[in-house]
Design a protein around this ligand. Structure first.
Ligand code: HEM
Ligand code: HEM
Length: 202
């Protein structure tokens, strides 16, 4: 089923969720290796080439995530979303919702801050697939300017750390639903299932 209903996620919402989750799984190691090759870039041409390709993958995939999350949120707002199971306390519903809101916010702020950091730096192109240089998101600034590279790079790094905490809570919560509460929450998001929990009456 394409659309969400009151008790299950449709396949479009599931596909967005898992494609973005997989993309994040690729982005993080690529980001760290790319960061580690910054200094090596000047050692020889091979490192420069590796660095350039890692940057191209990191930036392109990051911007694809930005586009995907825009569509995902648009779709989310034009669809019902499944209710959480009845047995949950009000504070648990509230925490789940808050964590989802923050995760969505990070999926926007992470790519935008990365793009803004390169724009403010102004000496390296922002790659998108085969395009060598997207327009600047913010004006170029001197490196020591308070609204320069370090501000946006600081936001990028803060979001990476915050994302690690929120995502850990998210995964622990999903596993808690599956193995402790034994309800439908993980199953109905799981790919290639009909989404209705066999343990719960429909
Ligand atoms: C980078 C990876 C991930 C991100 C950014 C992410 C983000 C999100 C967001 C924003 C929602 C809320 C959906 C909505 O209300 O529109 C959601 C739902 C969900 N996620 Fe993730 N997620 C990720 C990985 C995972 C993983 C690894 C699991 C399982 C172990 C998981 C399990 C779930 C489940 C079960 C729901 C549905 C909750 C419900 O039905 O209320 N997610 N995810
Ligand atoms: C969801 C999307 C993104 C994630 C999860 C992500 C994650 C990361 C990670 C883990 C690092 C390594 C940090 C370190 O070495 O300490 C990094 C660095 C970096 N990312 Fe991203 N990134 C994303 C999107 C983007 C985008 C779209 C751009 C640019 C268009 C970008 C530009 C950069 C740059 C320039 C660095 C290295 C400079 C710095 O440390 O600030 N990122 N990113």
């Amino acid at each position: 089923m394409l659309r969400n209903t009151e008790d299950r996620w449709g396949w479009l919402s599931k596909s967005f969720h898992w494609i973005i989750a997989f993309a994040i799984l690729v982005m993080v190691p690529v980001g760290y290796v790319m960061g580690a090759t910054y200094a090596l870039e000047y050692e020889n041409d091979n490192f420069a080439m590796v660095h350039m390709w890692l940057s191209r993958v990191h930036q392109s995939l990051g911007l694809i995530i930005l586009i995907a999350v825009t569509f995902r949120l648009g779709w989310r707002l034009h669809n019902p979303s499944p209710n959480l199971p009845a047995g949950l306390a009000a504070y648990q519903r509230w925490l789940a919702r808050l964590n989802h809101v923050f995760l969505y916010a990070l999926l926007f702020v992470l790519p935008l801050s990365g793009w803004a950091s390169l724009s403010a730096y102004g000496e390296a192109p922002t790659y998108f697939l085969w395009i060598d240089g997207l327009p600047n998101l913010v004006p170029k600034r001197p490196v020591d300017d308070p609204f320069g590279f370090s501000l946006y790079s600081g936001i990028h790094h803060f979001c990476i750390d915050a994302g690690a905490v929120l995502l850990s809570l998210h995964v622990v919560a999903a596993l808690w639903h599956e193995f402790v509460k034994k309800d439908s929450v993980l199953r109905r998001m799981w790919p290639l299932t009909t989404g209705r929990a066999p343990r719960e009456p429909a």
